[in-house]
Design a protein around this ligand. Structure first.
Ligand code: SF4
Length: 396
């Protein structure tokens, strides 16, 4: 019988849900400019349905896997960030792309869609803590450090999809490529054929896990570049020796899982298999049975026989949905405290209703637009990824 053996305990992060509180370090702190309906309005579902119907084919609603159910029920398609951006581009009849995800995902959709399509993010405060750990000025300064150490011309940047458009464009300008959690191995392999070193942005864990576990590099081949310290907190000699220069960034959701969580769940659930996302720490991934992108986690559990037991190390909304969808399996959450993506969860039903009603009334709100030059170079980095052999690109 499916069960989320126990609900995780709340943490201060939980206070950010439904906009209750703010996290100035990881969010944009943007106020909703409109008359946001109260969350207590009993008519919210009907209002969303009416606005959705009024918009018809003019709107296409994208729902990321980590989004809450009250929003997912209105999604025309669900998926990871890159699949959703591609779906937006594949539906050119839709003039409005309503992206129930986070800011960088809406930027990617704007880069890939046609100029007549307008991408809307229902809450501009829905950022990504990982993407926000690397801003373009810091990355330019890092590149200057690599030039100072005499290694910039042998270094290829590889940037995870979970990054700002400006950093994707930087990657394109400097001969690099984008990667997703599904094709990071192919992207890294390609980069090491082009140069001697890789600057991996912005998730140190995905970079380290891929380099060490998939490509056979040693942990000693990796250094972590801290953008808040001169020369990244490294010496020129350390930069020159390293093969992988990992940006000091991480996902605030996946980075929370610890090796102790794996030990605990194995004690708690006999025969459990642990499946985690590669944004988890290296020590966690090493203890897991299966490691894979969000789409791989979903597919692995969907194909597992009845009676299987899984402890899942990814975002809690998705884990709950997996437990509901597979009542013949035991599906538990890897951590014992709340681990929502608090920024993704900023997009709730009131914000969706507000965005849809505004669009239906002819008022385009919260449009996400990437300037033409940034979009051009970001597209080059994305196209380099798409030209690589290997698994279809899937992200986050
Ligand atoms: S789960 Fe992590 S990487 Fe994904 S959007 Fe949330 S903070 Fe960013």
């Amino acid at each position: 019988m499916t069960e989320l053996l126990h609900e995780p305990k709340p943490t201060p992060l939980a206070l950010l849900l439904l906009g209750q509180g703010a996290d100035p370090d990881s969010e944009r702190g943007v106020e909703c400019p409109g008359a946001l309906p109260p969350a207590s309005d009993p008519d919210l579902v009907d209002r969303a349905a009416r606005a959705r119907a009024a918009l018809g084919d003019r709107a296409f609603i994208l729902g990321h896997h980590y989004q809450r159910n009250e929003v997912i029920q209105f999604a025309d398609v669900t998926g990871d960030s890159f699949k959703l951006a591609q779906q937006a581009a594949a539906n050119p009849q839709a003039e409005f792309i309503v992206f129930c995800g986070v800011h960088f995902m809406a930027e990617s959709a704007d880069i890939l869609t046609a100029s007549h399509q307008q991408v809307v993010l229902p809450d501009l405060a829905a950022g990504c803590s990982m993407a926000d750990m690397a801003d373009i000025a810091q990355v330019e300064s890092c590149w200057a450090s690599l030039e100072q150490a005499g290694i910039a011309d042998v270094t290829v940047p590889i940037t995870y999809m979970n990054s700002t458009a400006a950093i994707k464009a930087f990657t394109g300008r400097h001969g690099g490529a984008i990667c997703t959690s599904s094709n990071a191995r192919q992207s890294l392999q390609w980069a090491l054929e082009q140069g001697q070193k890789v600057l991996f942005l912005p998730d140190q864990h995905l970079g380290r896990n891929t380099a060490v576990r998939d490509l056979g590099l040693g942990l000693a081949d990796c250094v972590v570049y801290d953008p808040r310290r001169p020369l990244g907190g490294l010496t020129e000699a350390e930069l020159q020796r390293a093969t992988m220069i990992l940006w000091k960034g991480h996902c605030s959701v996946h980075g929370r899982f610890s090796p102790g969580n794996v030990d605990d769940v194995r004690r708690r659930v006999p025969g459990v298999q642990v499946i985690v996302h590669p944004e988890c720490q290296y020590e966690v991934v090493e203890k897991a049975d299966v490691v894979g992108s969000t789409e791989r986690i979903i597919a692995t559990i969907a194909q597992a026989p009845a009676g299987s037991s899984w402890a899942v190390g990814t975002e809690l909304n998705l884990v709950r949905r997996l437990a509901q969808d597979h009542p013949d399996q035991t599906i538990v959450y890897l951590d014992d405290t709340v681990c929502f993506c608090s920024t993704m969860n900023r997009i709730d039903l009131p914000h969706l209703v507000w965005a849809l009603e505004s669009l239906a009334a002819g008022n385009v709100v919260n449009r996400i637009q990437v300037d033409a030059d940034t979009a051009h170079w970001a597209r080059i980095a994305l196209d380099r990824m798409l030209s690589l052999p290997g698994p279809a690109a899937k992200a986050d």
